[in-house]
Design a protein around this ligand. Structure first.
Ligand SMILES: Nc1ncnc2c1ncn2[C@@H]1O[C@H](COP(=O)(O)OP(=O)(O)O)[C@@H](O)[C@H]1O
Ligand SMILES: [Mg+2]
Length: 1047
């Protein structure tokens, strides 16, 4: 009977980063209902979804001394509850002979592995199902009193990974070493299967655990070998459970069940938004398997006639689990944090669709003899086919069997033969062989654990917590060489990873003191700082070899001493180690913990990793490009959405063509997308697959010269407009590092209602008089001068005030483009917010351009040099220079203060200026500062020269900027003074005017009266009285009275 896929959702606690930045939870659960709130409008009605289970694991728990998280409140769902609801059902069904499948879906870090496998004391569904399975088997075995009827229970395990459409057998280290993919085959009986996939017989939980560990280790090794991002891999653990027993008639029956436990790749779409407009977006699916899974689920949910299982490795292998003979459960893992809202909503929608899928499970039970007989018959048929000339002959075609058909038939024959033999071999025989092997491995593991307790060693620190600690290298020799795997020098500690040299570093163990010495220019970073000479390692030091082989040094006796002294020992986390690298590169600082700062820190750290890896790949594949982290301050962008808008600095990846000198800026999302494509290319490169030789158009390292780049921005102060004064300015165009890249001629002309320039200056008491009135003005962008010589065409774009879309000028060729741009603006009426915009903000005009497609003359004939040499020539200082690393604490403090000021005062500064604060690494020391003394004299001199050059350049641009600002200020204050004097003159004139008017009226009135009296003269005192009736009556004193003669 068809049954719906069961769907559960589970929300995890906040992680450390989310706690630090005071994340807002956006998930609510009530019974089976899960609600999600939009963090941008928390008061709006949430979106609601119903699932078979909604597990709240966000809060309401306590941690037991052994680390197990148990409920403190009934709402909390612990691992036991999830197992009781889902795992037990899986187990029951397996006993009944059904195939079962359990998927975990969700973005990276949302808790898929936690639910499936679990961490330490919090064991997940997989180990719990396995433990319970063996418990029940043992029970059955001991229950049956008559040994003749004792059932045979056989458990086998297989484990595979799909990465970039390649399948790897995780229980067969040979296939890992070969770096190739295994083939997926299909036959009518078994459906899709991986040819030659290892199935290991296991007879106890420790054996299964050991196998999963072995698989995870192989995963870790494979991902470092290939420079793969492990969260993009799908892992499938399959438990093959076979029961043989006699039925009521005494017939031998075989019941089989396959339990597929699938930990899917992170569901985050690889930066789909930022890759917009990237020519490599189309046709380059970063995770074919994941997008196919989405398509298959959509098609199944809509009951479409055609289901595209064949589109990817994952959907082929999960065909049964998704639409066939299987009882299927899906767990959707949710992040509770506001920042993940979009991904979480998309996970909920995916889970919602999955509810509609139906599968039809049947009991896989057959008489054992029948199974063997079927296999035998099938084999006979195959053999006959081979002898008689193959399939084509049967179909009546004249040609004989093709070699490919023959190969397939033979393969199938062999496979059946193996299965038959396996069925005939007794369980005891198989067990004997497997147990020998398994026991030896368990013993190895035990010895390793003991060795770790007493010997200094390195353990790997991985982005995925499930892969951390999987690789261990001991420092048990007096002297050991660390070097590239399979290098001729035969390193004692072979490492894989980007930028690892054949001879990379030496490790000395002098009576328990461990020292590390880099060989030549090999990159070794200790606690975030590149070392150049012998350095002593201490417990929990973070050591980075090359671009991404990150290890933690463990020193047992130092650890014991620390524990004795009662100090709290915090194990460094991957996030902390990455932040430390960003901090030492001068991109983040220790103080300040605002939400924006913390988010920016995370982004910088992420982009820095990508930059380092991309540079190492560029070097190895000789791509002649170099990458850097660039920070764009808010003032470098056209930003203004109103007064509440947060000033957010953006992280970019700068790409520099080392031959032409051209450069581009990639957004963070584009960088993530391109990095993923680079990884795919690199995988082909090291697999010696010619696919890596792609055309320029398909090369993720390449950017066409004519891609638009932002040359810089010009800032226009609009204050004068608030006084209805016109503005004429030749504004500097400066890039994100405040280097001047040209000038932009701008004008703003206040106009009347008919869009005619105002002839007279309207007199305002103060600028607030504008409020409620109309303001019409003309904005002119005349042209740019002095643009960089490699710019062939340019244009400007900007957003005025609350504009949503950019306004753009025409694109003009040449270094002195005339844009001749004019646009009228009518602000009707002027509001306080608008006035504040004029007074406090600048109009930011972005100047964009395209670069020449040719080698820079200053570079000479550098195209022939390898990337490595070009990079050395190019060596620029990203953020804090190596020299600053050696600064004294005092000097550092001063510099930091200065930077902070720059950030506050003029956020236009880019890469070098802004330091993003980072909270201190807990319980960590840094004693590598002395390494400055390890630099060679020339290196030191060069660094000092470079630094002083940079400093003086910076000083020069600062002075220039200050001068410009001062000049502007002086000009403004002069204008304000002029306006003030105009105004007072105006008031005076107005008064005079009023007085004259009054006099005239009075004269007129008096004249009328005088005429009435028949007089021809006006008495002055009469006139004064008329002008001011409150004035005292003037007494006439004879001829002292003045009189004027009227005509
Ligand atoms: N329900 C949970 N309770 C406690 N911690 C969790 C839970 N889910 C996930 N975590 C923690 O969050 C981190 C990421 O989880 P993980 O399962 O590795 O994510 P994924 O496999 O989806 O990438 C791990 O450190 C894990 O211990
Ligand atoms: Mg995981």
């Amino acid at each position: 009977m068809a049954e719906n896929v069961k769907v559960a959702v589970r929300v995890r606690p906040f992680n450390e980063r989310e706690e630090d930045r005071n994340a807002t939870p956006v998930i609510k659960m009530e019974g089976k209902c899960t609600e999600i709130f939009n963090p941008e409008d928390m008061k709006a009605e949430p979106k609601k979804f119903n699932f078979d289970y909604s597990y709240w694991s966000h809060d309401g728990y306590t941690k037991r001394p052994d680390g197990y998280m148990e409920p403190a409140e009934p709402k909390y769902a612990d691992q036991q509850r999830v197992f009781d609801d889902l795992g037990k059902g899986v187990l029951d069904n397996a006993w009944k002979g059904y195939n079962c499948s359990l998927f975990a879906y969700g973005q990276t870090g949302s808790g898929k592995t936690y639910s499936m496998v679990g961490y330490q004391a919090n064991k997940g569904i997989v180990p719990m199902v396995c433990t319970e399975l063996f418990k029940a088997i043992d029970q059955k075995r001991s229950d049956v009193s008559d040994t003749k009827d004792k059932g045979v229970y056989e458990v086998m395990i297989s484990m595979l990974e799909i990465y970039n459409e390649q399948v790897r057998d995780l229980l067969n280290s040979k296939t890992i070493k070969n770096r190739g993919s295994m083939n997926i085959k299909s036959d009518p009986k078994r459906g899709f299967y991986v040819e030659g996939l290892m199935k290991s017989l296991v007879n106890s939980y420790p054996e299964i655990e050991n196998k999963i560990n072995e698989g995870t280790k192989n995963r870790t090794v494979a991902s470092t070998n290939m420079n793969a991002t492990s969260s993009r891999a799908h892992t499938i653990v399959a438990i093959h459970f076979k029961q043989e027993s006699k039925d009521s008639t005494g017939q031998n029956m075989t019941k089989t069940s396959v339990i597929n436990l699938v930990d899917l790749a992170g569901s985050e779409r690889v930066a789909s938004t930022g890759a917009q407009g990237d020519r490599l977006k189309e046709g380059s699916s970063i995770n074919q398997s994941l997008s196919s899974l989405g398509n298959v689920i959509n098609a199944l949910a809509k009951s479409k006639p055609f289901i595209p299982y064949r589109d990817s490795a994952l959907t082929k292998l999960l065909k049964n689990a998704l639409g066939g003979n299987s009882k299927t459960i899906m767990i959707a893992a949710l992040s509770p944090a506001d920042i993940n809202y979009k991904e979480t909503l998309s996970t909920l929608r995916f889970a919602d669709r999955a509810k509609a899928i139906k599968t039809t499970a049947t009991v896989n039970e057959n008489p054992t003899d029948k199974l063997i007989r079927e296999l035998r018959e099938e084999n006979a048929r195959l053999q006959k086919l081979l002898q008689e000339g193959g399939i084509s002959a049967i179909q009546g075609e004249s040609s004989g069997v093709t070699s490919e058909e023959k190969r397939l038939l033979e393969e199938q024959l062999q496979q059946n033969q193996r299965e038959m033999e396996e069925m005939k071999t007794t369980w005891e025989q198989k067990l004997e062989i497997a147990q020998k092997e398994n026991q030896a491995k368990i013993e190895d593991e035990r010895r390793l654990a003991e060795h770790k307790k007493v010997t200094p060693h390195f353990w790997n620190l991985n982005e995925d917590p499930a892969l951390s600690g999987m690789v261990v290298h001991f420092c048990d020799k007096d002297k050991a060489l660390i070097g590239r795997k399979a290098s001729e020098s035969g390193a004692d500690i072979p490492l894989a990873g980007l930028g690892i040299q054949p001879n990379h570093a030496e490790i000395l163990n002098k009576d328990g003191s461990v020292l590390i010495i880099p060989v030549d220019t090999a990159k070794v970073t200790v606690n975030g700082q590149k070392i150049l000479a012998e350095t002593r390692l201490h417990h929990h030091d973070r050591v980075l070899f090359g671009a991404n082989a990150l290890y933690i040094f463990h020193h047992p006796s130092e650890a014991a001493k620390l524990a004795e002294s009662g100090g709290k020992i915090n194990t460094p986390t991957f996030d902390q180690a990455q932040q430390e690298l960003a901090m030492m590169a001068g991109l983040v600082s220790k103080d300040g913990t605002s939400k924006e700062d913390l988010i920016l820190q995370e982004e910088v750290t992420q982009v820095l990793r990508i930059v380092n890896e991309a540079n190492a790949m560029s070097e190895e594949m000789d791509k002649k490009v170099k990458f850097e982290v660039a920070l764009l301050a808010p003032s470098f962008r056209s930003l203004y959405r109103g007064p509440t808008e947060a000033d957010i600095t953006e992280v970019r990846m700068k790409v520099k063509d080392l031959v032409s000198g051209n450069h581009w800026m990639w957004t963070k999302d584009k960088a993530i997308h391109r990095h993923a494509l680079m990884q795919q290319l690199y995988q082909d490169f090291i697999s010696k697959d010619d696919n890596w030789k792609v055309s320029k158009e398909d090369d993720p390292f390449w950017e066409p010269a004519d891609t638009e780049i932002m040359i810089g921005v010009a800032h226009l102060n609009l204050l004068s407009l608030a006084y209805k004064c016109s503005i004429e300015e030749n504004a500097d165009i400066h890039d994100h590092k405040t280097t001047i890249k040209g000038h932009l001629k701008l004008e703003v002309i206040p106009c009347d209602k008919n869009k005619q320039p105002l002839e007279d200056i309207e007199l305002l008491e103060d600028t607030t008089e504008l409020i409620g009135k109309d303001l019409t003005f003309l904005l002119k962008i005349n042209g740019a001068r002095g643009l960089p010589t490699n710019i062939t065409k340019s244009f400007c774009k900007f957003k005025f005030y609350l504009d949503h879309d950019y306004v753009q000028t025409k694109e003009v060729a040449g270094m002195t483009p005339d844009f001749d741009f004019e646009q009228f603006y009518v602000q009707n009426p002027v509001t306080k917010q608008f006035l504040d915009y004029l007074k406090d903000r600048h109009l930011v005009i972005e100047v964009w351009g395209r670069q020449k497609d040719e080698q820079s003359p200053s570079k000479g004939n550098t195209g022939l040099l390898p990337t490595k040499d070009l990079m050395i020539r190019e060596k620029t200082f990203i953020g804090k220079s190596a020299l600053e690393d050696g600064d004294t604490g005092e000097k550092k403090k001063k510099k930091k203060k200065k930077r902070k000021k720059e950030h506050d005062v003029d956020a236009a500064d880019g890469t070098n200026g802004i330091i993003i604060p980072v909270p201190p690494l807990s319980g960590q020391k840094s004693d590598v500062r002395d390494n400055m003394s390890n630099m060679s004299k020339e290196e030191e001199k060069k660094l000092r020269d470079d630094l002083s050059r940079l400093e003086s350049e910076k000083q020069r641009s600062e002075t220039k900027l200050k001068e410009t600002i001062d000049a502007h200020k002086a000009e403004m204050s002069q204008k304000v003074q002029e306006i003030e004097s105009f105004k007072s003159r105006g008031r005076q004139l107005h008064q005079e005017n009023m007085d004259n008017k009054k006099t005239l009226e009075a004269v007129k009135e008096l004249l009328a009266r005088t005429r009435g009296n028949g007089k021809s003269t006006i008495n002055v005192s009469d006139l004064e009285r008329t002008l001011d009736p409150s004035a005292p009556q003037t007494v006439e004193h004879g001829n002292t009275s003045k009189a004027c003669i009227l005509q």
